[in-house]
Design a protein around this ligand. Structure first.
Ligand code: PLZ
Length: 448
């Protein structure tokens, strides 16, 4: 079974069009092949096989056109097959595909590091190192913090998600499906309570004091190499910490010579309406991890931060065969050019306003929606049994399944699986977004 050649990108008709059930017969046939050849451990949220994508739609093998509210988990921020990404990737692939930057270097890698220094929070001297995946970036941020401080302990938070490698599994909070049976996990990882305004009702200062108390009493400030935090939680439920939480934590880190690592892998690169989520409160982390949105769909990740910290590692101590692959770097330079040229932080704010107004209306009509939160084009609703904080993952799954059947790609998240998250590509039109939220509204009505 070979895939049907199709052209994606912004020129793809921007419409929701259902010509079969979802998934259709051609996708179902391919699903059988997947079952035969792909490990069951690799799941799929919505098993329609894609042949093209762009703007705000995914086209499947049956000819269905689905509206994308997931961006391949916050990756295709500039859209799928965006013009500049395609152009630069094509040119780069024709020039050369790989040399290994550790063997013979090339400009693209250095260009991306220069862009990262410019775009990440703070105007201090910065340097970067590039990797393939978010988890790898997080691992390397920890390596750098440990060398720089001579300390071992890593502090992470409740509901955190940092990856699926051994160290990052230890840093990730949720057991199923990420950690179950995969231990033993890396040591010297400690978990502090996160600010979760909907559930704890604490101010940012109070929540920070609670977290700092746990760190000081259970770990000891002088043992801590780094505090690693997602400034807006991703997989853990799009929780936005109460204002003041991140600044207080940053101040504590500074006082105690602890490296503050902002994991901006999901929240970074325009998603929240700023270049990075930390910008909202002017927090300047020592190190920032990036991936996902950075390269328009190609695998690239980075650690960027204070030059003195980055340079504390011995020559040869950081790297990997493919880290900063030339094609991935070309894609990143194309994606960043589009983000700048089209003011995608501004577009994320506009998308956020549209989504918020639709979701506020929905919340007023459906008491199962306990919380509406998020920033920019990173928005979520948390479903609880009305009037309580008891999670309702069953309703969440039902609403999501309805959206899928109606041709809208939606994602859930959260420790209890009861959070509906919305992270459309920023290349989506307002009309398509409106239509997607009509479907979400229908889904709530139909599953009431
Ligand atoms: N840090 C904040 O969101 C990846 C994971 C999907 P990788 N999130 C999506 C899944 O089920 O595997 C993520 C993240 C934050 C780190 C990561 C890890 O990034 O590129 O998936 O390794």
């Amino acid at each position: 079974m070979t895939s049907i050649p199709a052209t994606g990108g912004p020129a793809l008709p921007q419409e929701r069009r259902l010509v079969t059930a979802i998934p259709g017969p051609a996708s179902l046939a391919r699903l059988e092949r997947k079952k035969a050849h792909v490990a069951d451990g690799v799941g799929t949220t919505l098993p329609v096989f894609v042949v093209a994508a762009g703007g705000g739609v995914l086209l499947d093998v049956d000819g269905n056109s689905l509206i994308d509210l997931g961006s391949g988990i916050a990756v295709t921020t500039v859209g799928n097959s965006s013009t500049e990404v395609v152009r630069r990737v094509t040119e780069q692939a024709a020039a050369f595909t790989h040399t290994c930057f550790m063997v013979t270097p090339y400009d693209g890698y250095v260009d991306v590091c220069e862009q990262l220094a410019e775009l990440t929070p703070g105007d201090h001297a910065k340097k970067s190192a590039l990797f393939n995946s978010g988890a790898e970036a997080v691992e390397n941020a920890v390596k750098i913090a440990r060398v720089a401080t001579g300390r071992d302990a890593v502090v992470v938070f409740d509901h955190a998600y940092h990856g699926r490698t051994n160290l990052t599994m230890a840093m990730t909070a949720k057991n199923m499906p990420y950690k179950h049976g995969f231990g033993p996990f890396a040591g010297e990882v400690y978990r502090a309570p996160m600010s979760y305004p909907f559930r704890d009702g604490l101010s940012g200062e109070e929540a920070a004091a609670r977290a700092i108390d746990v760190i000081e009493k259970q770990v000891g400030a002088t043992n801590v190499a780094c505090v690693v935090i997602e400034p807006v939680l991703g997989e853990g439920g799009f929780v936005v910490p109460a204002p003041g939480f991140l600044p207080a934590l940053a101040a504590w880190c500074r006082t105690n010579d602890v490296v503050l690592v902002a994991d901006e892998i999901q929240s970074g690169f325009c998603r929240t309406g700023d270049w990075f989520a930390c910008d909202d409160e002017g927090v300047v982390p020592d190190l920032v991890t990036t991936a996902k949105g950075i390269a328009g769909g190609l695998p690239l990740a980075g650690v960027t931060g204070r030059a003195d910290l980055m340079d504390s590692v011995h020559v040869g101590g950081l790297g990997g065969t493919y880290g900063g692959n030339p094609i991935a770097c070309a894609a990143a330079l194309g994606a960043i050019e589009e983000m700048r040229g089209q003011d995608l932080p501004g577009r994320a704010r506009a998308v956020g306003e549209l989504m918020r107004s639709r979701l506020e209306k929905l919340q007023a009509e459906h008491p199962v929606i306990g919380d509406l939160r998020g920033r920019g084009a990173m928005m979520a609703i948390e479903l609880c049994h009305p009037g309580t904080l008891d999670p309702d993952p069953v309703r969440t799954a039902a609403v999501s399944a309805y959206c899928h059947q109606q041709g809208v790609v939606t994602l859930t998240c959260g420790t209890w699986g009861n959070v509906f998250r919305f992270l459309p590509p920023l290349s989506i039109s307002d009309a398509l977004l409106d239509e997607a939220f009509d479907v979400v509204a229908e889904a709530f009505a139909a599953t009431a």
